[in-house]
Design a binder for this molecule. Structure first.
Ligand SMILES: Nc1ncnc2c1ncn2[C@@H]1O[C@H](COP(=O)(O)OP(=O)(O)OP(=O)(O)O)[C@@H](O)[C@H]1O
Ligand SMILES: [Mg+2]
Length: 247
């Protein structure tokens, strides 16, 4: 246990609507602790992506508040350059026509420099770190490839490596194993477990309840914009999850 006992992420009573219509999040709270995996489960349209965007400050709630490491998150402010919070969007956000190593290096920009044009002038140790992360993720040999030439699972690994370049305290990953076959998603989640074990708070969204059962320390279930279950993962949780998902 570190000296810092504040939860890495505290989102409380979040309300959000994209338009004047019915809110897509209604009073959702979420806490994520360092060293743990929190899985946000919900069917398509339940509000998972919206929740993560609020946590990252890409959207601002109409009501409620988000704090990361005790600091309030203000939507729009420094959102791209905050290295403490790594966000892997649902479609990964990689630059397909760029090389793998360059994609990974952009993860260092929040810490090192502000402009992509400075990529080539990153310190040598950042280049070494990027290469080491690719090795750790099992794709060291792909550093010179273009992203478009990679498989889906390899792209997930590039996105994780880019996120880890930030040296984040909080990793928000949106639905990022849902497109993969079971074995590949297990590999990826085993890697994510290792990241959490190093003290990162990890929040992953998914609609696959088996993943929650297997990898989560805490599971929350969203249904139609409301949190209908929030608990430490235990052997009997899977039945409760199934009930909560369907309503
Ligand atoms: N930019 C937007 N403008 C208007 N409505 C939106 C927008 N983005 C999402 N929504 C609506 O908000 C609701 C929640 O969407 P969200 O993307 O958060 O769901 P999700 O749980 O991530 O779904 P999925 O599993 O398909 O990714 C949906 O009804 C969706 O249509
Ligand atoms: Mg989504």
């Amino acid at each position: 246990m570190t000296a810092d006992r504040r939860p890495a992420l505290e989102a409380s009573d979040l309300w959000f609507s994209y338009s004047a219509r019915r809110p897509v999040l209604r009073g959702v709270s979420l806490t994520a602790a360092a060293g743990e995996i929190t899985i946000v489960l919900g069917v398509s349209g339940s509000g998972k992506t919206t929740l993560l965007k609020l946590c990252k400050g890409l959207l601002g709630p109409q009501r409620g508040a988000v704090r990361v490491l005790g600091e309030p998150v203000v939507a729009g402010r420094r959102r791209r350059l905050d290295p403490g919070v790594a966000y892997i969007p649902q479609h990964l956000g990689l630059v397909r026509n760029s090389g793998v190593l360059d994609n990974v290096l952009t993860g260092a920009l929040g810490r090192v420099a502000e402009l992509p044009s400075l990529l080539r002038r990153l310190p040598e140790d950042e280049l070494r770190r990027a290469q080491a992360l690719l090795e750790r993720l099992g794709i060291g040999g792909k550093a010179a490839e273009k992203v478009y030439a990679l498989s889906g699972g390899e792209r997930q690994r590039v996105a994780i490596a880019r996120a880890l370049m930030q040296r984040p305290r909080l990793l928000l990953a949106d639905e990022f194993v849902s497109q993969l076959d079971v074995l590949t998603s297990r590999d990826i989640l085993t890697i994510v477990r290792g990241i959490a074990a190093e003290g990162v708070a990890v929040v992953v969204t998914t609609h696959e309840m088996e993943l929650a059962d297997r990898y989560a320390d805490t599971v929350i279930v969203l249904r139609d914009g409301e949190k209908v279950l929030d608990r430490r993962a235990q052997a009997e949780t899977i039945t409760d999850i199934a009930l909560a998902l369907r309503g």
